[in-house]
Design a protein. Structure first.
Length: 277
């Protein structure tokens, strides 16, 4: 069973993902080491979170010790919460032989269910991942300068639309998805109307993505709704580790309420529309 199969087993279309972005300065202020911080976030959110996304850059920034902690926390989750989907957010890409090595690393060594991939090398960088566990390919990212490349026109299509077509062609194993930022609701709606691929949607919360416009734009398929810093670091100061854990839980509950308030309303409209037809 690949990560898309697991995703399709969820009854709901909008699935919560907590991004594990270890900001070392903030973690140091809590008096925790990296492993214990990761464990605290996972244990505090595991009841209501089905997917965790690990931002590789923050672990690499800390060197060998941080990467060793990443390996340990992945093993911890797989033992205690084997049903969770783990995303390695590394945005790997290269020529086909090197991409194969990246895929081997992300899946055979690190043990992720799926990894993010940069499509700039074309299908050569995607196929080695799709021949193993699959990939989530960058399509329309949430950052401000994404338009400098992704919105450029190729004939009558934007580059991000070309990416969708490439991913669809590589998706013979039905294990590919794409990244589309919540900060671009108009483009998100256009993308969702053109594909049924699973969408990883970052940018809700800290980056300013709007819940209502995002969820309504993404209707019609499986969506992974991610929040990282908004959940992991919901405020600047904490009275105690207990206060920190409780703040994480409150932030996650608020995130879920925001999703459900829109999803429930959209569901009612859909049922009413079907009744009227």
């Amino acid at each position: 069973m690949n990560w898309v199969d697991k995703l399709n087993n969820f009854d709901e279309n909008n699935i919560v993902c907590v991004g594990i972005d270890p900001l070392i300065g903030k973690i140091d202020n809590l008096g925790l080491d990296l492993f214990d911080w990761c464990k605290l976030v996972i244990d505090s959110t595991s009841e209501y979170c089905d997917i965790y996304k690990f931002q590789f850059a923050y672990f690499e920034e800390g060197g060998i010790e941080s990467l060793s902690n990443l390996k340990s926390i992945i093993e911890y989750i797989k033992e205690k919460y084997p049903e969770k989907i783990l995303i390695g957010d590394s945005k790997r890409a290269d020529i086909d032989s090197t991409a194969q090595a990246y895929a081997n690393s992300m899946y055979d060594y690190w043990g992720f269910d799926v990894a993010t991939v940069n499509p700039y090398f074309g299908s050569d960088s995607i196929i080695p991942f799709s021949e193993k566990n699959g990939a989530i390919v960058i399509c329309k990212s949430s950052n401000k300068s994404s338009n400098e490349i992704q919105d450029k026109m190729v004939g009558n299509k934007c580059i991000y639309e070309e990416v969708i077509e490439i991913v669809e062609r590589c998706n013979s194993s039905k294990n590919l998805g794409i990244v589309v930022g919540a900060t671009y609701a108009k483009e998100l709606k256009k993308i969702r109307s053109s594909t049924n691929l699973p969408l990883l949607i970052p940018g809700l919360g800290f980056q300013g993505g709007d819940f209502k416009s995002t969820i309504q734009a993404a209707e019609g398929g499986k969506n992974i709704l991610n929040s990282s810093r908004g959940i992991c670091f919901p405020k600047d100061r904490f009275e105690s580790i207990y206060d920190y854990s409780e703040s994480i839980q409150k932030a996650l509950n608020k995130f879920i309420r925001n999703i459900n308030s829109v999803s429930s309303w959209s569901g009612k409209i859909e049922k009413l529309w079907k009744r009227l037809q």
